[in-house]
Structures are given as structure tokens and as C-alpha cells.
Ligand binder design. Structure first.
Ligand code: ZN
Length: 452
């Protein structure tokens, strides 16, 4: 036994040999996707017409778990910046850190290491492209909130003389087209192909680097988007664009699973997971065609303390979030603009409201209006209008209504410190088996790159 253990120890510390190293590395991060999310998604995705619970693409490739705690100075619960820095560079840092260590010194990401080796690289996200996760792979900044400075660095910084990456797809007009600087124009002048019409994302020229922006900040939610699997569509196009003999490193982020968690909006998170499911299927097909490819999926942390079953009731009913035709954001904006319209709401929710729910929403509406009346001055100062205030309040009321129907629970509007699942398939996938730390994921990828 002892000998077996030491043999195992040697095997796990061994360098990856060149023939074992993948040529293409696809790192997928599902922001906020703790274990409750992948479990919930299995039931959300289940076909009620069959007696068994169908396994998801996630179940198929589950290999282990990862701890997510940040550097000591930030305690035990991470934010997306510290966690993305750990996943990108293998270094624990403080919450808010973008590609810098606890001493605010820049640390190299696996993406930039891959680029130095001649790989093509790219990032595909549904948040703004300068949001914490992609930024930690592309940039260095002491604070994730320095959005303009991070956007500036995307055009100003060079990695060994090259632009920081070959392809960026996501949102971010607000940060890239500003009064003081038009970074989109600068990218165009530098020879980038710019696309802002989503329909054109599938027709990227092979001979030019690409900047694609499809939203002011984040992209529209999957539920409101013309393409319910917009991440899958972008990923497929990015793979085509980046494919080359030398290899590629691609970061894909399902950014808004986390945003659904922060909003305690189970329908938002589950529909973003559905887009991620489709994305994993795109990657699965790519690995079949290109077996020299590694795909790793993990989360940076869990969000919302979401629970499947709540309030002492042993039940969860995802059926109530299966037929939504609009996001709760759209529903509440419509209400704030034109008032409560229960027929429209039934169409958007995919079910008829019962009498109690109608009463509750009417009460919420009058509460929202009196909240505006009595706090008008303070709210105006903060930049809110009557419409945005009512929309915000009504959104809470609608997500609560959905929680009650589905019996979903939440403990926080922030993050939680639980370990997150790890999924891997393709060449070299087995190194991610078992319990690891988020920094180990980057360390494994650096090792694979070192052997190229
Ligand atoms: Zn978050």
C-alpha cells in the first residue's frame, strides 16, 4: 500500500510529456455555478415524459471539485476577481484583484503563456468583456471596478509585442465607446474586425483578429435574446476562427449564471445553464473532431446560497420555470411602464396566476408606488426614476412568486464559500480528477503548456 501511494505521488507530480499535452485548451467558467446549480439544472432539464431523471452533459463529465477561497487577507469567501485570478494565473489574491497578486504585482495568465508559445487565444463571455473573469485572463488591475482602465489596457497592453488576444466576444459598448476614448475605433484602425450585430457573429473573417460587442454592459439575458443559446453560437464561431495548426487557448464564460444568483432569480440562472449545456455540446463535438483538445469546466464560486427545496417543505418544482417567454427583468420593466397586465404576465411566465398571486402583485405594486412617493428625493439623487424604482421592486415580487411556486430557497444576495464542481474531457482531462484547489487548475494548464 505504501509503495502504491508513493508511486501515485510520483505519477501526480510528473511533468506532462509533449505527447500527452493537448494542442487546444478550452477553459470554461460558469460564474456562480455551485453544486446546487448543476443539481437543479438536472431536474430543470428532466424530460417529464420518461420515468428516469436524464443525466446532463455536466453529469457526464464530472471529475472532481475545487476549493475557491481567496488569499487570507480576504477571508474564506471569494469574489469573481480573486477566483478568476486563481484560475487564470494559479495565484491566490485578494477580492477585487484582476491578474495581480496580494502585493498588487501583475501575474501571468495561462492565456498569455499560451500566446507566447504561438497559440491563438480568445475570450467568449456573456458579461462585458472587461468584467472580472475575462479581465483576469487578459489584464492586470488592482481593482475590478476600474472598468475604463481595464478596457484601455485591452488595446494599450502588449504581450511580447502582440495584442493581448485574437478574439473577444461579449458585451461592453459603454466601456469601449466613450466620450473620452473610442477603443472600438482604435481596434478597427489596428486591423481588428469589429462586429456589433449578433447575426454576423457566425461569419468572422479568418485572417483578422476580432472584437465583437453585443450589449451596453452584459449581453441580453438568454431569455430575452434572439438566440437563446447565444454563448453556444459565439463559442462555435470562436472555435472556427481560432482553429490552427499550432493550437489555441479559449476562455468561455457563462457569466450570467452568477447574475441570476445575485438577483435570486432561479429562472435566469437555469436558462443561462441551458445555454451552457448547449455550449458544452458544441465543445463535445469539437473534441470528437479534434481529439488533441482539452475542455475543463468549473465555477469560480457559488452564488446566492441557492437551495433545491426550502421552508421545511421536501419539494422542488422546476416545471414553473420551464415555459417563461421573457426574463423577470422584462416583465417588471413592462409593468413599470404600462401597469399590471395579468394576461401579458401569464404569457411571459408561462402559467396563469392564481387569485392569491394576483392580490400579492397588486399589493407589491402599490407598495412600490408609495415607496417611490416617500423616497422620491433620495432615489432621484441616486439616479433612479419612478419607472426604474417600480421595476426593481416588482422584479423582487415576481422572483419571490417564482420561488414560492418552485420552492426555491436563497440565503444571500452575494457569494458563498462552498467548493465547486470540476468537469473535464478530452486530452489530458484526467489530471483534474479528485479534490483540487482553484489554483491547481491553472498550475495543471501551465504544466501542459510548458511541455509544448
Ligand atoms: Zn458574483
Amino acid at each position: 500500500m505504501k509503495r502504491l501511494l508513493s508511486a501515485l505521488a510520483i505519477a501526480t507530480t510528473m511533468q506532462v510529456t509533449a505527447s500527452e499535452a493537448p494542442k487546444n485548451i478550452i477553459m470554461v467558467i460558469s460564474d456562480g455555478m455551485g453544486p446546487a446549480y448543476t443539481t437543479a439544472y438536472r431536474y430543470f432539464n428532466d424530460d417529464p415524459a420518461t420515468p428516469e431523471i436524464e443525466q446532463t452533459v455536466f453529469d457526464k463529465y464530472h471529475v472532481g471539485s475545487s476549493s475557491t477561497y481567496p488569499a487570507k487577507v480576504s477571508g474564506l469567501v471569494t469574489d469573481s476577481a480573486a477566483s478568476a485570478t486563481a484560475l487564470a494565473a494559479g495565484v491566490k489574491s485578494y477580492n477585487g484583484a484582476i491578474g495581480v497578486d496580494v502585493n498588487e504585482k501583475p501575474v501571468k495568465s495561462v492565456l498569455h503563456k499560451a500566446q507566447s508559445l504561438g497559440f491563438k487565444t480568445g475570450v467568449v463571455v456573456t458579461s462585458q468583456i472587461n468584467h472580472a473573469t475575462p479581465a483576469s485572463y487578459l489584464a492586470h488591475n488592482v481593482n475590478r471596478r476600474n472598468y475604463d482602465a481595464i478596457a484601455d489596457s485591452y488595446i494599450d497592453d502588449r504581450n511580447n509585442g502582440q495584442f493581448i488576444t485574437d478574439l473577444m466576444l461579449g458585451g461592453g459598448w459603454t466601456y469601449f465607446i466613450r466620450d473620452d476614448r473610442n477603443i472600438v475605433d482604435e481596434f478597427k484602425q489596428a486591423g481588428f474586425h469589429y462586429v456589433n450585430n449578433f447575426e454576423e457573429v457566425t461569419a468572422l473573417p479568418k485572417d483578422k483578429p476580432v472584437l465583437g460587442l453585443f450589449g451596453d454592459k452584459g449581453m441580453d439575458q438568454a431569455l430575452d435574446h434572439q438566440d437563446k443559446h447565444r454563448l453556444a453560437t459565439m463559442t462555435s464561431s470562436a472555435l472556427n476562427h481560432l482553429k490552427n495548426d499550432k493550437g489555441m487557448f479559449l476562455l468561455v464564460e457563462a457569466s450570467q449564471v452568477d447574475w441570476g444568483g445575485h438577483a435570486n432569480d432561479i429562472a435566469w440562472s437555469m436558462t443561462e445553464m441551458s445555454d451552457l449545456d448547449k455550449t458544452m455540446q458544441v465543445l463535445e463535438a469539437f473534441v470528437e473532431q479534434n481529439p488533441e483538445t482539452l475542455v475543463v469546466l468549473t465555477a469560480d464560486h457559488s452564488t446566492g446560497g441557492m437551495t433545491i427545496g426550502a421552508n421545511g417543505k421536501y419539494a422542488w418544482f422546476p416545471t414553473w420555470i420551464k415555459n417563461l417567454t421573457a426574463s423577470t427583468e422584462t416583465m417588471s420593466k413592462d409593468i413599470a411602464k404600462t401597469g399590471l397586465d395579468f394576461e401579458r404576465l401569464a404569457h411571459q411566465l408561462g402559467f396563469q396566476l392564481n387569485d392569491d398571486e394576483v392580490v400579492t402583485l397588486k399589493e407589491s405594486m402599490s407598495d412600490a408606488q408609495s415607496y417611490w412617493q416617500s423616497n422620491q428625493e433620495k432615489l432621484t439623487e441616486k439616479g433612479y426614476t419612478k419607472e426604474s424604482t417600480v421595476a426593481r421592486q416588482m422584479r423582487k415580487a415576481i422572483t419571490k412568486l417564482i420561488d414560492k411556486r418552485t420552492n426555491t430557497g436563497w440565503t444571500t444576495g452575494g457569494h458563498t464559500g462552498v467548493d465547486v464542481p470540476v468537469y473535464a474531457f478530452g486530452k489530458g482531462a484526467s489530471v483534474f480528477n479528485g479534490k483540487q484547489d482553484n489554483t491547481d487548475i491553472a498550475k495543471h494548464i501551465f504544466k501542459m503548456l510548458a511541455s509544448q
